[in-house]
Structure formats: C-alpha cells, structure tokens
Design a protein around this ligand. Structure first.
Ligand code: ADP
Length: 696
C-alpha cells in the first residue's frame, strides 16, 4: 500500500474543504438569485451583483462556458439599468473568458463593444480597454491594429500624465516592432520606457526593459551589448525574486552564448528558462525556449531530439494560436529539413515562414504603422508646441504684468516727484519772496550804506580838508606868529635891559611877564609847529636803532638830566622801521616827562623792550609822582595837563605828539600808574618786516 506524507493528507483535506465551500457558496448564491428573480418587484442591482459573483466563481473554477452563460444574461441587464460600472466589469470578464479559451476574435468583439460603450460615456477606463485589445491583437499577430490601439491608449495616458501606463504602452509598442524584426525602432521605444522606469524607480519594469533591450541587441547581432543588458536584467530579476519574466532574460543569455558559439552554455541557459516557463505556465515563453533548444540540438546533429522539441512547440503554438511563434517555428523547421537533406520540405517551410512574415509584417501593414507612428510624432510635436505656446503666453503675461508693475511704479514715482516738485516749488516761491524781500531790504540797506558811505566819504574829505587847512593854519599861524612874538620878546627884553633903572619896580615886573609869556608862547608855537609838521612819509622810514634814537634824545636832555641828577637805564632795544626824528621825539618827550614829574632826589628812568605778536612793546618806567588812574586817558589829549604851570612847567602837547607818532606807525600808547607810585608808559611798534622774516 502506498503511504503518503502527513502533509499531503492535510493539503488534500483543505482543497476538498475549499471546493465544498466554493460549491456550497455557488449553490447558495444560485438559490439566492432564484429567490430574488422570482420576487414580483425584484431588486435588479442585487440580481446583477449575485450574477457577477456567480460568473466569477465559474471563471475561477475554469468553468468558462458556465461563466459565459451567466455573463450573457447579466450584461443586458446591466445595460438596461444603466449600471455602467458593473457593465464594464462584466464585459471585461467576458473578454477574459474568451482570451482564456483562446477565442481571440470573440474577445476582440467583446472588447470593441466595451470600447464603443466607454467612448459614448467618456469613461476613464477607455485607455485600459485600448491597451487590453491591443494586447489581444499583439498576441494573434495583428500588429498594425495592436499598434493603433496602443497608440490610442498612449495618447490618453499622456493626457493624464500617467507615467506608469505611458511606460507600459511604449514597451508594448517596442515589442510590436521587435516581433516584426524592426529592432532599431524597438530599441528606441525600450530606451524611452527605461528612462521613464528609472524616473519612476520601478525596478520590475526596469528589469523588463533591460531584458527587452538585451533581446533586441541580440537580434541585431550586437552580442556584447546584448550580453551586458541581459546580465544586468538577470541579476536584477534574481534580486527581485522574479520567476515569471526572468525566463526571458535567461533565454536572451542563452542566445548570446549561442551567438558566441558556446552551445553548451547556451543550452544550459535555455533549459533554465524552460524550467522557469513551466513553473509559471508561460506557454508563450515555452514556445521560445523549446524551439531554441531544438535548434541547438539539431545544430549539434541530434536531429530526432531536436525535431521533437520543435513538434512540442508546434503543438503549443497551434493550440494557443501564437502565429508569431509558428512563423519562428517554420524558420527552425526549414533549417532542420535542410540539415537532414530534405530540401523540398525545407523550402516549403521557408516559403511558409516568408509568407507568414509578410502577412505579419507586410508592406501595407508596416506603412500603416509608420503612418500611425508619424501621426503620433506629429501629435507629440503639436503638444510640445502647444506647451511652448502656453509657456510663451505665460511668459508674455508675466512680462505684461511686470511691465504694468514697472509702469505703475514709474507713474507713482512721477506723481510723487511732481508732488515733491510742487511742494518744492511752493517752498521755492516762498523762499523767492523771502529772498526778494531780503534783497529789497539789502538794497535799501545798501542804498543807506552807500548814502552813509558817501556821507562818511564826504565827511572824511571834509575832515581831510579841514585837517589840511588846520595843518596849514597851524603851520602858518605858528610860523608867522613866531616872528612878531620874537620881536615882542626881544623888545621887551631890550626895554628891560635899557630902562631897568628908569622905570619903577612894577613896570619891571610887567616887563618880566611879557618876556616870560613871549618865551612860553614861543615854545608853544614851536610845539604846535612840530605837531602840525608830523608827516609820516613812507619815503623817510628806515631801519633805525632805538638805542641810537634814545642817545640823541638824552643828548638833547642832558642839561635837564644833570640838573635833576636823574639816572636813565636802557635795556637791549631793537631796530625799528621809522623816521629817526620821530623816534627821537617820542623817547625824548617820555624821558623828559619822567624826569619832570618826579620829586625824587634821584629820578630814575628804566627803558626796556619785549616782543609780542609781531609788535615790540617798549616800557619807560619812572619813580615819579604817578598819575591818578581816572585821569590817565585824558593825558594823551592835546593841551591836557594835570598840573598848574606853577608846579610843573609845560603846555600839554608832549603826550599828544607821542600818541600821534605811535598811531601813525600802527602802534598804541598807554600808561599804568598810581599816584605816588611812579608811572610806566607803554607803547608798541611793529616788528620790521625783514626781522619778522628772519624770525620766521
Ligand atoms: P606837559 O608836560 O607839557 O604838561 P604833556 O603832554 O607832556 O604836557 O603831559 C601832559 C600831562 O601829563 C602833564 O601835564 C602831567 O600832568 C602828566 N604827566 C606826563 N608825564 C608824566 C609823568 N611821567 N608822571 C606824572 N605825570 C605826568
């Protein structure tokens, strides 16, 4: 008795239970459906739902005909109650049933009906329906229709920006070109798909693209390039744990080694691919691997074994209606018969291969596809242009907006500037009024000033005139008066001398008065004459040593100095640019006063000089009677005296002469004194320009 492992019993039990459950589920659904249908006001939606479920269970149990009969009942109902979603599901299910039973034309019919319906209601599933029908056409070898439907789907996917489905469509279109041996164009489409897949980071799809590219390059006999893609695909497929599609990469690798002449390695890969295909029930793939194994065996001379493989392919391809695979098989069979020397059969298969190839890729079909491709490309270009136009319009709008903004800012600035200008103008106008007023005032002031200046000028002129006249008068008066005065004095003197004893004492005394007065008047006239003659002509200025001037003054005063027993000390004195006579007179007057206004037994006079701010400052210090500070300013005025002639002789002109000399040279004169404490007279004199230069 056979004994099975424990697990086998469990699995069998579970399968049995599942089947029972499904069956009971199907029965209960069927009875529910019957109850619902018998009701007078039956709920059609519920009926449809039950029918859908029943048909799906039949499909899963591969009871395709039963599924089909339920679907045929359900579809008109869905259409009637306008349950579009259910209708589309049922139609898709029906097409799937036809596909599963290899009834491609019926599948296509169903799908076309579904598409028409979707078009009418403008449903979003239209693109998917296009792709589905394109897949069917592709399988049965109607490449141009497959291409058209893929294109139609692609257009919708692109509008929806559905990258994944765009990639799928491009891949499928590439495959159409591939199976038509138009591998260059196929590579273009596969490459585009690969780029999209990389962008969407879909590794499964990257694997498919690498495989497809490997296959296409292999067909173009670019083995190294093909091998590179195939190895990448193989590694990625293994990493991702793929089984269903990994076989294609493996087939390609086998083809690569076959091309390189390594049939052993090629066979290994083909057998690995075949195992994968069997595992995944991929009959399309099996057709490829079995044929390729058969080819190699035939090549190696194992004709019988090889032929068996080819016959296996024929069986599957005919059963499934894989015309493309049958076409490929004819090529292999032609090679087989050639090898065994049956040339008649070989040619027959070759003819069939060529005719099928032509029917699959006849010129008209290729033209149609090419047209469609061009249409698609034009459409793409138009879309690009439209996009560019839109961008251009946006750009234009942006520029327009920017322009408006700039214009607005400019306008605003202009308005602001104008306002500012207006404000400034107002301020300016006010300022102008003010300036005008000020100008008027200035003009008035100027006129007044001018008038005043004129007056001053006139006064100066008059003053100058009167000065000149005064000088002239003083000169004439003093000069002309001196002569009669001298006569009066001389004759009074003569009278005294001659008639001294003949006249009485009174008369003598009167004569004394006359001579004395005449003498004084003479001195006064001399002094006035000196004063009036003071003329500081620039011509007579020369560098004069102050010490020298003082020596002359002392010489002139030597009698008085001796008489009063005065002592005069003189410090280091500078040279001055002046008329020497003026300096002599200046020092003489001051030294004379210092001796005269002293009651000391030993009058002393100290003369010194310092330099300050471009001026020499001279000091003449005495130990005399001093001067009351209140009266000090007056003593420099003409004829101003502080004492009577009884006490101190004089006419009050000496200091006035000193002041006039100093001022004529640009200097100043003043006194510092207190009564009984002696006096110090100061005067300043400019430092000669030459010396200033030296000092500098
Ligand atoms: P005069 O000496 O002829 O009177 P001055 O013009 O020289 O005239 O002097 C004016 C007056 O200034 C003098 O009358 C005198 O009172 C006073 N004075 C001038 N020098 C001195 C001095 N060194 N000390 C005191 N008084 C002076």
């Amino acid at each position: 008795m056979l004994s099975y492992p424990k697990n086998t019993y469990i699995i069998v039990f579970l399968l049995f239970t599942a089947q029972l459950l499904t069956a009971s589920n199907l029965d209960s659904l069927s009875s529910l459906l019957q109850i619902e249908q018998k009701k007078s006001g039956s709920n059609q939606e519920k009926v449809l739902d039950l029918m859908t479920q029943i048909s799906q269970i039949h499909f899963e149990q591969e009871e395709f005909e039963k599924a089909l009969s339920v679907l045929d009942l359900a579809i008109p109902k869905a259409k009637k109650i306008k349950d579009l979603e259910v209708y589309q599901t049922l139609m898709a299910d029906k097409a799937q049933v036809y596909l599963s039973t290899d009834r491609y034309l019926l599948a296509i019919e169903t799908l076309i009906e579904s598409i028409e319906h979707l078009k009418q209601i403008k449903d979003g599933n239209l693109a998917k329906a296009y792709t589905r029908i394109a897949g069917v056409y592709q399988k049965i070898g109607n490449h141009d229709l497959a291409y058209e439907y893929h294109m139609a789907g692609l257009e919708i996917y692109e509008e929806e920006k559905d990258s994944v489905n765009i990639g799928r469509s491009l891949y499928n279109i590439g495959s159409i070109f591939f199976y038509q041996d138009n591998c260059e164009i196929a590579i273009e489409y596969y490459q585009k798909t690969l780029d999209i897949c990389k962008a969407t980071k879909s590794e499964r799809h990257i694997f498919s693209c690498l495989t497809a590219l490997g296959g296409a390059y292999s067909r173009l006999h670019q083995t190294d390039k093909s091998l590179d893609y195939n190895l990448r695909a193989y590694e990625l497929g293994k990493r991702l744990g793929l089984t269903s599609r990994l076989s294609y990469a493996v087939i390609n690798l086998g083809a690569n080694y076959a091309a390189k002449g390594d049939t052993i390695k090629a066979l290994e890969f083909y057998e690995e691919a075949q195992a994968l295909n069997e595992e995944t029930n991929d009959f399309w793939g099996q057709c490829a691997t079995l044929r390729l194994i058969g080819d190699i065996l035939i090549q190696k001379g194992q004709f019988k074994k090889g032929y068996d493989y080819l016959m296996e392919v024929q069986k599957i391809a005919q059963q499934k209606g894989y015309r493309t695979r049958i076409k490929e098989l004819h090529s292999s069979l032609a090679r087989y018969y050639e090898k065994i020397g049956d040339y008649k059969q070989s040619i027959e298969h070759l003819e069939q291969y060529v005719s099928m190839k032509d029917s699959l890729a006849n010129e008209a079909s290729l033209q149609k596809m090419s047209d469609s491709k061009t249409r698609y490309e034009i459409l793409q270009k138009e879309k690009e242009l439209a996009l560019k136009d839109a961008k251009f319009i946006i750009q234009q709008r942006t520029f327009l907006l920017l322009g408006i903004c700039i214009l607005s800012i400019c306008l605003w600035l202009l308005v602001k500037q104008n306002r500012l200008k207006a404000k400034n103008n107002k301020v300016l106008a006010q300022k102008n009024i003010q300036i005008k007023k000020q100008n008027e005032e200035l003009a008035t002031a100027y006129a007044l000033q001018k008038e005043t200046n004129e007056k001053i000028k006139e006064q100066n002129r008059q003053l100058e005139q009167s000065n000149i006249e005064l000088k002239r008068f003083a000169f004439i008066a003093s000069h002309d008066l001196k002569e009669p005065l001298r006569t009066i004095g001389s004759y009074a003197n003569l009278l005294q001398r001659r008639y001294k004893n003949k006249i009485d004492d009174n008369a003598n005394e009167f004569l004394d008065y006359i001579t004395d007065s005449a003498k004084r008047l003479y001195t006064l006239l001399n002094d006035v004459l000196d004063y009036s003659k003071l003329n500081v002509s620039k011509k007579e200025r020369e560098l004069t040593d102050a010490n020298e001037a003082i020596q002359i003054a002392n010489e002139n005063l030597k009698t008085k100095i001796a008489k009063k027993n005065a002592h005069i000390s003189i410090g280091e004195l500078p040279k001055l640019t002046a008329d020497k006579l003026h300096l002599v007179q200046l020092f003489q007057n001051l030294i004379d006063n210092s001796i005269k206004y002293s009651e000391s037994q030993r009058p002393t006079v100290e003369i010194a000089s310092t330099e300050n701010n471009g001026f020499y400052q001279f000091s003449i210090k005495d130990n005399g009677i001093g001067i009351d500070p209140e009266l000090q300013p007056k003593i420099f005025e003409m004829f101003k005296r502080l004492h009577t002639r009884d006490k101190f002789d004089g006419n009050g002109i000496g200091l006035a002469i000193c002041k006039k000399i100093v001022q004529e040279y640009g200097g100043d004169i003043w006194v510092e004194s207190a009564e009984g404490k002696g006096s110090t007279f100061y005067f300043t004199f400019p430092v000669p320009e030459k010396e200033m230069g030296v000092a500098a």
